[in-house]
Design a binder for this molecule. Structure first.
Ligand code: ADP
Ligand code: ASP
Ligand code: MG
Length: 416
């Protein structure tokens, strides 16, 4: 007998039929003698619908109220799943985040989990119940409901698994694992049996939305075995088969000596680029430009400062597209005057494409192969950034899918 956490995403919870299937699957695991905690998301489309209603009423909504609204999607899901389980004879109880309690900081719409109280959940599990906890939400010190950022139910699930010292966290979704790239963009993408924690962290941070990045961080920090698998298979399929399906995030490095050079390709459509032109090349400039951007709570990603000519240089960086207008406003304000830049130009139609793989450490020539492939497709590279296990380029968004397909082919990632 083991304690196992199941997470079901929006599509998996998308209709009462699908919820019945989730209940059957959960009951199968419980019948096999396991203690099961389930962390579901809102039904598919529901969080978007709720946030859409909010936007209709107020173009600049108060984040606290947004959390109040968005968190209700998950509350409906947990109640429905509890009823579906009870209908097939299982004892089940649902909890909202604040009832557990899942405590977070107060950063509304992007809160971070601080602690999880396991007392109530453990008592229910010991009493033979299936425990169902809302994904995506928590409660801050003052009792305000918070949410963990889009896709945050993954993080709720892995954090709950870590707090309960579960044996494994199973992330059930609408694909049957982690692929070499998004299978909706490249149909030839191949499912990976395992992906190293580091690679998954890079892929998630570079835009692969199959797992929210913070869930991968939790998995790494707590060494929580985490598996991504399909919720769309027959819920009564043999448990042993299901338990080894999908993709396992592994913490063992270099187990495979014949490791491929590249494991996967990630992309992010939601980028914007800003260039501050003709700034004096002197100490403190980067701080003067990026300081106010950071103070406005805007995340900066890629950064380039060019070689200076006659003491003047251009400074370019990227921000999330939905923060572009705000970032431009910040820069147009005090920054421009303070540093004496001639102008600030931006482009909100850029995308980032990245190749990722721990195999890069032991292979040379990955960057040149990447750049050659893009040049053969006539795609201009606007910015480049690298780490030990990834290379990212910023390109015109028009060419993003073309770039992903071409690179997927060039690095021979297709299924055999
Ligand atoms: P859920 O609602 O279950 O959380 P998400 O939509 O958040 O599901 O995540 C699953 C989706 O992630 C898939 O449908 C797929 O389109 C997308 N995705 C992006 N990159 C990858 C990848 N490398 N492997 C698998 N799926 C990916
Ligand atoms: N329902 C939330 C969202 O749509 C959380 C999640 O699905 O993980 O972002
Ligand atoms: Mg998700």
């Amino acid at each position: 007998m083991a304690l196992i956490v199941h997470k079901y995403g929006g599509t998996s919870m998308g209709s009462t039929e699908r919820i019945k299937n989730v209940a059957k699957r959960v009951a199968k695991w419980h019948d096999a003698g396991h203690q099961i905690v389930v962390v579901p998301s809102a039904m598919s489309g529901e969080t978007n619908r709720l946030l859409g209603l909010a936007k209709e009423l107020n173009a600049q909504p108060d984040p606290r109220e947004l959390d109040m609204i968005a968190s209700t999607g998950e509350q409906v899901s947990v109640g429905l799943l509890a009823l579906a389980l009870q209908a097939i004879g299982k004892q089940a109880v649902s909890y909202a985040g604040w009832q557990v309690a899942i405590k977070t900081d107060s950063a509304h719409t992007k809160a971070r989990i601080a602690s999880i109280d396991d007392a109530k959940v453990k008592a229910d599990l010991d009493a033979g119940k299936v425990v169902i906890i809302t994904g995506f939400q928590g409660v801050d010190e003052k009792g305000n409901i918070t949410t963990l950022g889009r896709g945050g139910s993954d993080t709720s699930a892995v954090a709950v698994a870590a707090a309960l010292q579960a044996k494994e966290c199973l992330i059930y979704t609408d694909v049957d694992g982690v692929y070499t790239t998004d299978p909706r963009v490249v149909t030839e993408a191949r499912r990976l049996n395992t992906v190293t924690f580091e690679e998954m962290l890079e892929m998630a941070s570079l835009g692969s939305k199959v797992l929210q990045i913070r869930s991968v961080e939790f998995a790494g920090n707590y060494r929580m075995p985490t598996r991504v698998l399909s919720s769309l298979t027959d819920p009564l399929m043999p448990l042993e088969e299901e338990a080894t399906s999908g993709t396992l995030i592994s913490f063992e490095e270099d187990t495979n000596m014949e490791q491929a050079t590249i494991t996967g390709i990630a992309f992010n459509r939601d980028e914007a680029k800003i260039t501050v032109l003709c700034v004096p090349d002197r100490p403190g400039i980067a701080y003067q430009i990026l300081g106010p951007v950071a103070d406005a709570n805007i995340e900066v990603d890629m950064i380039i400062q060019n070689q200076s000519v006659e003491g003047k240089t251009d400074f370019t960086f990227t921000v999330p597209r939905n923060e572009y207008a705000k970032a431009m406003q910040v820069l147009e304000g005090s920054v421009k005057e303070h540093i004496g830049a001639t102008s600030i130009v931006g482009d909100s139609k850029v995308s980032k494409v990245s190749v990722v793989g721990v195999g890069m450490r032991s292979h040379v020539g990955i960057a040149s192969q990447m750049f050659r492939t893009l040049s053969e497709e006539g795609i201009n590279i606007q910015m480049i950034s690298t780490s030990e296990i990834k290379i990212s380029v910023l390109i015109d968004e028009k060419y993003m899918e073309l770039a992903v397909r071409a690179l997927h082919k060039a690095f021979e990632l297709e299924s055999a």
